[in-house]
Design a protein around this ligand. Structure first.
Ligand SMILES: Cc1cc2nc3c(=O)[nH]c(=O)nc-3n(C[C@H](O)[C@H](O)[C@H](O)COP(=O)(O)OP(=O)(O)OC[C@H]3O[C@@H](n4cnc5c(N)ncnc54)[C@H](O)[C@@H]3O)c2cc1C
Length: 428
């Protein structure tokens, strides 16, 4: 391949071996490049974010790991159920047939899912796995990057011609040499834990992710294999600011206030401590530059409501690999070469951001939870929620989405005219 030189230890060094890094490394090596993945933690390691979207499945297939994932025993998922405690509205969305992805996906123990993906990447000829190994520092020059890596044997320097930042919410490069910008209104806090023996539903509904909205925020309820359930609560910052006790006590208090969760947990036992994540909504700048690209959470994370994180990490990992392989073929590594990647990432993420921002508006929820199938609105909504926005959204579905948001706008206008001003919970 033109542009591949031998004076570097590796063509590409990938910082982080989560879904984004493992996906990028696999496709890069398959394209003929030598790749090192440096992963700080020994796997399997705990990670929140267990619910996948169906559009992950074609990527897993292209990676050549789908059969392994299917055979592992993860909990199949056919849809999502929303319930709003205030209005008692409930609606289940099922993933539809006839799409470029299957009508199901999985709820996964991330420790196991991530370990399978990283192991699969490491089996690809041309991939070297450095683990546990932490990337401490990177300095770029015209020919590539000098990377300082520390592991059990101490520190050493490696040379790579290109760097992929797949370091997750650490956002390695942006935190050191760029900017990480919080997203206004989304400074939420999440508390979460695993339970055994929580309520299960029969048949295809068993794996449905359940979203329980209540006045202080919302819960995710993700049924996992082996009778485990990931339960998490995303709280408005104002609720957390006013709390004097421990996070575990706050979590328990919220369980008591959310009736569906409290009832579903009757007889269940917690099998992990309560974990917390705060202020997780941000974007970074720059997303790419001369000799580097960022993928997955190292580019942005918005909100877990629509389970897009793992999909965006894998989709951007694949997209980044394609651009980097092109750059090596052309021998061009300047920042401008990668502008297309940044545009594609933001285009793929945009519909999720739009839904997330509206989701905190009670009025939107009212319409979302009573969707009418007129103008293909439900079709359009499930297309986006399945992860469809990374490809070109067909015109019919774009019109359906337009109709959906027009209904939201009209209803909001009508409510204002009647003197009812629904407050968005976004800024809470
Ligand atoms: C509360 C919450 C709930 C969520 N729920 C969902 C969900 O239901 N579904 C979903 O799809 N997503 C969910 N997500 C998001 C999802 O977890 C992430 O989007 C996903 O893990 C991103 O993958 P990644 O590969 O970019 O990063 P990560 O999975 O975070 O992987 C990054 C890796 O980089 C390593 N690393 C970091 N720094 C260094 C370094 N300097 N050197 C070496 N290694 C390093 C880390 O150890 C880590 O293993 C949720 C997120 C939050 C906060």
């Amino acid at each position: 391949m033109a542009g591949v030189m031998t004076d570097a230890d590796y063509n590409v060094l990938v910082v982080g071996g989560g879904p984004g890094g493992a996906t990028a490394a696999t496709f890069l090596a398959r394209g003929g490049l030598s790749v090192a993945i440096a992963e700080r933690e020994a796997f399997p390691r705990f990670r929140v974010g267990e619910s996948l979207v169906p559009n992950c499945m074609p990527i897993l297939e292209r990676l050549g790991v789908l059969d392994r994932i299917k055979g592992h025993g993860f909990q199949p998922k056919f849809g999502v159920t929303f319930h709003d405690q205030e209005t008692a509205l409930e609606h289940s969305f099922s993933f539809r047939e006839g799409r470029p992805w299957p009508s199901f996906t999985f709820d996964v123990h991330r420790a196991e899912f991530d370990a399978i993906l990283l192991d699969h990447a490491a089996r690809e000829p041309g991939v070297t796995r450095l683990q546990p190994a932490t990337v401490e520092k990177v300095a770029f020059d015209a020919e590539g990057a000098t990377v300082r890596v520390s592991d059990a044997d101490g520190e050493r320097e490696l040379r790579a011609r290109f760097l992929v930042d797949a370091s997750g919410r650490d956002a390695f490069l942006a935190s050191r040499q760029g900017r990480r910008r919080p997203m206004p209104g989304l400074g939420k806090v999440a508390l979460f834990a695993y339970y055994r023996g929580a309520r299960r539903w029969p048949g295809r509904e068993e794996g449905n992710v359940r979203i329980y909205i209540f006045p202080e925020g919302w819960f995710w309820w993700i049924p996992l294999a082996r009778d485990e359930t990931s339960l998490g609560c995303v709280l408005h910052s104002r609720v957390v600011r006013g709390w004097q006790g421990t996070p575990a006590a706050l979590f328990q208090a919220m369980i008591e206030r959310c009736h569906r969760v409290r009832e579903g947990l009757a007889g269940a036992e917690a099998v992990t401590p309560v974990h917390t994540a705060a202020n997780f909504a941000y974007t970074v700048e720059p997303v790419g530059g001369s000799r580097f690209l960022c993928v997955g959470d190292a580019v942005a994370f918005v909100d877990p409501i629509f389970s897009a994180g793992v999909f965006l990490a894998m989709a951007s990992g694949e997209l980044a690999a394609r651009e980097i392989l092109g750059a090596f073929r052309e021998g061009r590594f300047e920042a401008r070469r990668f502008a297309r990647y940044e545009r594609a990432f933001h285009r793929g993420m945009k519909p999720f951001v739009r839904f997330i921002e509206h989701y905190y508006d009670p009025l939107f929820l009212e319409i979302f939870l009573k969707p009418k199938d007129a103008f293909g609105m439900v079709d359009a909504v499930t297309f986006v929620l399945a992860g469809g926005a990374f490809r070109r959204i067909p015109l019919r579905l774009r019109l359906g989405l337009g109709a959906f948001f027009a209904v939201v706008r009209t209803t909001r206008w009508a409510r204002r005219r009647r003197g009812l001003s629904p407050e968005s919970r976004l800024e809470w």
